[in-house]
Design a protein around this ligand. Structure first.
Ligand code: PLP
Length: 230
């Protein structure tokens, strides 16, 4: 969906939620408002329209916003790349982490979460389906081993899989990627992993993702408009 500057933020959010409902065939789908690069004022507007879950990619920016919005009962998702020197602060300040793609990071997150005394972080494993070397994510062949390692960590709760497909306007390609992620999750669930989450779909492709079984769409631009570039 493209950004409609003639509509209010609440109208844009409602249209997205409506489109998600039409595509989801009764499945619960969460709309995560991706607020990286957006102002706290814009986030307050979203909160006023009933939005509770926000996705951020830059730790310092996210912490400032969390402080300014601490009066609201919000759910914070870390969707950025994970570096080992940031795992402590991420473990203490986020409810969800979407981009876990290696055991060393998972171990550090889990240990820091246990230290914090908080309940386990809701965790998605990021899968690199395109094979592009520049992309984060575990390759599909290594996914099962990572799932096995993460599922036993006491500070993490393995909820599902996340992917970021390569940029493309080809709907068949997108359907293929999203359906591949669903099949990977379903195959692991047959082995007992019990994952209920597929974090897939952004502003440009969430309709396709929801039709392929997404349970969390991560939407920035279509809600807020262009963001400040880092
Ligand atoms: C920025 C970002 C999004 C949101 O992208 P939009 O195209 O603005 O909807 C979703 N997922 C991840 C991982 C991101 O980094």
């Amino acid at each position: 969906m493209v950004f409609d500057s003639g509509a209010s933020l609440c109208e844009r959010l409602e249209r997205i939620i409506g489109e998600v409902k039409r595509r989801s065939r009764g499945q619960e789908v969460q709309v995560l408002a991706v607020s990286k690069g957006q102002s706290v004022d814009a986030m307050r507007q979203a909160v006023a329209c009933g939005q509770k879950a926000f996705g951020e990619s830059y730790v310092q920016e996210a912490l400032l916003k969390q402080e300014q919005l601490s009066g609201f009962p919000l759910e914070w998702h870390y969707i950025g790349p994970l570096q080992s020197n940031k795992t402590g602060v991420i473990a203490r300040h986020f409810d969800w982490v979407h981009g876990v793609d290696r055991a060393s990071i998972a171990n550090r997150l889990s240990a820091a979460r246990l230290d914090s005394g908080l309940s386990p972080v809701q965790t998605c494993l990021q899968v690199n389906l395109s094979g592009e070397a520049s992309k984060s994510g575990v390759p599909p062949q290594a996914l099962e081993q990572l799932a096995a390692q993460v599922s036993v960590l006491p500070g993490l709760r393995l909820r599902g899989l996340m992917t970021l497909p390569e940029r493309t306007d080809d709907p068949d390609m997108l359907h293929g990627r999203f359906s591949e992620l669903r099949q990977l999750r379903d195959a692991l669930n047959l082995k007992g992993y019990g994952m209920d989450t597929l974090s897939m779909g952004m502003s440009s492709d969430f309709s396709v993702a929801v039709s392929e079984g997404s349970t969390i769409v991560r939407i920035g631009t279509a809600i807020f408009g262009e963001r400040d570039k880092k």
